[in-house]
Design a protein around this ligand. Structure first.
Ligand SMILES: *Cc1c(COP(=O)(O)O)cnc(C)c1O
Length: 425
C-alpha cells in the first residue's frame, strides 16, 4: 500500500471532504521556505504552512533551542509549578506589547487563546457583580473552531450544525468603505446599552474571510468608542502577529491597543503549538479574591509546555538579532510592486497588500463559492509551477515565511501571471 492509501485508510483530515478531495501531497522534508515531495521535487510553501511559519522550516536556532530545552525540562505541570522558559517568554512578550499588558496566560493554539480571552471577559464582569452577556464582533470574523470561538465568528457554511448552541453575538457589518460611519454609530449605540462585555476583532485584516483588509482609522475609532464605554477590547492577533502586517503586531498601525490580546500561529516560529492570552492588571486584578471560585479556573494538560516556550524565545531572538525585519520590508515592497503588475488584468479584482500579505480575487463568472472548480484549477496550476498554495475559493493570497528569496518570490509571481493569462483567454 502506498503512503497516501495508508493515509486514506486511517487519517481524517481537517477542513476536507474526503469523498471528493484530491489526494494530499506526501511531504518528505521541509526546509527554509519549501516542502519537498518523495521525488525530491521542491514546492514553495507560500502560505507558511497554514500561516504559522515565519522564519522558514528547519531553522537551526529554533532546532537547537528545542533540543537544549528537551535536555533540561520537556513538559511539566504549570499549576503549583513554574519554569524559566515560561517566565522568560512571559517577560519578553509583555516587554514588546503596549504598557498596559502585564499578565500572560498560556494555552495551546489560537482557538484556545480566544476561548481564554472570552472567559476572561465574561468572568471579569461576573466577578465585579455586573454580569454582561453581549459580545460585539465583525461580520466575516474567524476566531477559531472551538465552541466559543465559533460563536463569535461568521455564522453559516462552516458551522451550521452547531449554530443552535452558540451564545448570542452582535455582528457589525464589514467596514468596506460605503457605510463606515453608520457602522461606528451602530457600534456606539450598542456599547451605550452597557450590556457588552467585550468587542473582539482581527485587527486591520480578516484572515479566513479571505485576507480582507479594512480601514485602520475606522478600527481605531471603534476601539476608542469601546474604551470610552468601558467595553473590554480583545485583539485577536493570532494571524496578524509576528511581523505579518509589516510590524510586530497589527495594533502597532493604530493608537488603540486593547485590554486582551490573543497570540499563537507565528509565536513559536510556527514549529510547535502554543497560545497566549495577554492582559492588563485591570483585568487580572478582578480575579484576585479570597474565594477560589473567583479565579480563572481554566487550563490544559499542555499549558506552558517548556519546549514550545523555548521555541518561542528562539523565534523572538531571531526577530531581534537576524535580518527578519529587513526581509519583512523586502517582501512587503515586492508584494506592493507586484500589485502594480496585476492592475492591467480585468479578471483580477480587489488586489491589495498589507505587509507580507498580498491577496487578490480571480473573477471569471459567478464561480466564487468555496467549492468552486476555480479553486482547484488555481491550486493545481500553482502546484505544477512548484508552489504549494491553499486558496480560499477564488481568493489567492501569499503570506510566505520571511526567509523566502527574491528568486522564489519571482517564481510565485511568474506562476500567477501565467495563471491569469491562461484564465483570461
Ligand atoms: C487561525 C486563527 C485562529 C485559530 O487558531 P488555531 O491555532 O487554528 O486554533 C484564531 N484567530 C485567528 C485570527 C486565526 O487566524
Amino acid at each position: 500500500m502506498s503512503w497516501t492509501e495508508r493515509d486514506k485508510k486511517v487519517v481524517w483530515h481537517p477542513f476536507t471532504q474526503a469523498q471528493t478531495a484530491a489526494e494530499p501531497m506526501l511531504i518528505e522534508r521541509a526546509k527554509d521556505a519549501s516542502y519537498y515531495d518523495s521525488e525530491g521535487r521542491k514546492y514553495i510553501d507560500i502560505n507558511s504552512s497554514w500561516w504559522v511559519n515565519v522564519h522558514g522550516h528547519g531553522n537551526k536556532r529554533i532546532q537547537e533551542a528545542i533540543a537544549k530545552q528537551f535536555g533540561e525540562i520537556d513538559h511539566v505541570i504549570f499549576a503549583s509549578a513554574t519554569h524559566k522558559p515560561g517566565i522568560e517568554l512571559a517577560e519578553k512578550v509583555v516587554d514588546i506589547l503596549p504598557e498596559q499588558y502585564s499578565k500572560v496566560f498560556f494555552s495551546d493554539d489560537g482557538s484556545t487563546a480566544v476561548e481564554v480571552a472570552l472567559k476572561m471577559a465574561f468572568q471579569y464582569w461576573f466577578n465585579k457583580n455586573q454580569p454582561k452577556k453581549r459580545i460585539l464582533a465583525l461580520e466575516g470574523a474567524y476566531h477559531g473552531d472551538t465552541f466559543g470561538a465559533m460563536a463569535i465568528g461568521q455564522r453559516g457554511f462552516f458551522n451550521r450544525p452547531f449554530e443552535h448552541f452558540f451564545f448570542e453575538v452582535d455582528f457589525l457589518s464589514f467596514p468596506d468603505g460605503e457605510n463606515n460611519g453608520e457602522q461606528l454609530a451602530q457600534g456606539e449605540k450598542l456599547f451605550a446599552t452597557g450590556e457588552f462585555a467585550a468587542v473582539i476583532v482581527e485587527p486591520l485584516i480578516q484572515g479566513s474571510a479571505g485576507m480582507r483588509i479594512y480601514d485602520k482609522e475606522w478600527l481605531n475609532t471603534l476601539l476608542q468608542i469601546a474604551r470610552e464605554h468601558g467595553v473590554l477590547v480583545i485583539l485577536d492577533e493570532v494571524m496578524t502577529g509576528w511581523g505579518r502586517t509589516g510590524k510586530y503586531f497589527a495594533h502597532r498601525h493604530i493608537q488603540e491597543s486593547g485590554d486582551i490580546i490573543c497570540l499563537s500561529k507565528g509565536l513559536t516560529g510556527g514549529v510547535l503549538p502554543l497560545g497566549l492570552t495577554v492582559t492588563s492588571d485591570k483585568v487580572y486584578d478582578a480575579f484576585l479574591h479570597p474565594e477560589t471560585a473567583k479565579a480563572l479556573l481554566h487550563g490544559h494538560s499542555y499549558t506552558g509546555n517548556a519546549i514550545a516556550c523555548a521555541a518561542a524565545l528562539a523565534s523572538m531572538q531571531i526577530f531581534e538579532e537576524e535580518e527578519t525585519w529587513k526581509n519583512v520590508d523586502r517582501i512587503s515592497r515586492r508584494h506592493a510592486d507586484f500589485l502594480q503588475q496585476l492592475a492591467k488584468y480585468p479578471i483580477v479584482q480587489k488586489a491589495e497588500s498589507l505587509g507580507t500579505i498580498v491577496r487578490f480575487e480571480m473573477v471569471l463568472s459567478d464561480n466564487t463559492s468555496y467549492f468552486s472548480d476555480l479553486r482547484n484549477t488555481i491550486a493545481d496550476h500553482f502546484l505544477q509551477a512548484g508552489v504549494f498554495l491553499r486558496p480560499l475559493g477564488n481568493i489567492v493570497f501569499f503570506n510566505p515565511p520571511y526567509c523566502i528569496t527574491d528568486s522564489e518570490l519571482d517564481q510565485v509571481y511568474d506562476a500567477t501571471v501565467s495563471l491569469i493569462e491562461k484564465l483570461s483567454q
